[in-house]
Write a protein that binds this ligand. Sequence first.
Ligand SMILES: Cc1ncc(COP(=O)(O)O)c(C=O)c1O
Length: 441
Amino acid sequence: MNSLNPYATLHPFTYMPGFSTLTPQGFHHFNTYLTRGEGVWIYDQHDNRYIYATTAVPSVGLCNPYVTEKIAKQYETLHFASTCGQTHPLVEQLSQRLIELCGSPFGQVFYSNDGSGAIETAMRLARQYYLSLGQKKRTKFISLEGSYHGTTFGTGSVTHMGIAESFGPALMNCFAVPAPNMYRPPIDGTAEQIIQYCLDLLEETIFENGPDEIAAILIEPVQGVNGIIEIPKFYVQEVRRLASRYGILLIMDEVATGVGRTGGWILSHELEVQPDLLALSKGLTGGYFPMGATVVSSAISTQLFDSGGIFLHGSTQSGHPIGCSAALAVIQYLELNQLVEGVRSKGDYVISSLLNSLNDHPNVGNVRGKGMMFAIEFVADRISKTPVDYEFGQQLSARLHNQGILGNWFNGILILYPPLSATREELAFMVNGVVCAIVGK
Ligand SMILES: Cc1ncc(COP(=O)(O)O)c(C=O)c1O
């Protein structure tokens, strides 16, 4: 257990991402102040140690020498090159590798600087694809309630979590449909009835807005920010079928699930669906460099580019050589250590251990997970599923902090994303700390 951290009793899970702690708002007091990392551990300024189970980014651990040495070499060889009218060997190698790992039907990769960039790129590619086919009316997007797709105006407009409203009107023509969330379903009924209800509403939404006016449907196959809500395989497969029937593209947002997090290189393989566009980011470079990738089907890239078309989109630093070397090193490390293959058994261990200890706790409404993504949803009452209040979250967050656990807290849900490299012992530390924090030991 950590020595008592003076900041732990404040608001350890309060986020104001992107702001410096030195802003006048004084966020220093509300954030954990991190100074160094090693493996699954991260340390604060008082040398308190925490297991790093937040963000889903560091898949191969922190400051992993296998990766940092390769990046350091790359810094000495070619620290920057643009991919606009130029290219470099690493961007080619990484694209080749990603196309191999993602498999059919992909043929090209476009790089951006984060997950939002990868989704924004997919949305723009979808629009341009239909313009190139003369289908000018296809400008609309449909996505699921509770899905998180990013921070730009485009990705924010397809994120239906009550965030866009705080910036005024979102982009037009972005429609939300209910998600088959099995813990908080949109209707009472069996799993089959809930899925069918969601599919019927999706088809209705397609019809109401014109099947020939929808550019793409976006799916986040495990809603991460919303609390590890796994979208059922049958639902995703039916969405694929509906999209194909009406000539709509399917964008799969694997920013969090991609590159191993759920036990395969992409979750789309396990779901047995072939998206037209696929977004990767967090585990792609494991946090060693900010990068996103949009993997594009051969059919789309052939239509767009083979007859000389250009995509007037891209950032100055797209396909950055350091990002490419980081991604290649992370993928190699995952392969050499067979970490992706180990995800399912580690995930099963965490879930069964949490359930063993917490199943009867009056405030634990639901324990769930997919691969190395875990959530515990807290409730004031298990029958009515009334959410816990703010104070409950504050107290639990402080206790987790004192147990050396750094996770995400959102809307009464604790979300944990330990690195894929975590050992059984390290996962046992996480489980034990979480259980102690909840049962109040
Ligand atoms: C599924 C999903 N899509 C997109 C994003 C946006 O990625 P970024 O924060 O890197 O822009 C996130 C970030 O949490 C995400 O979880």
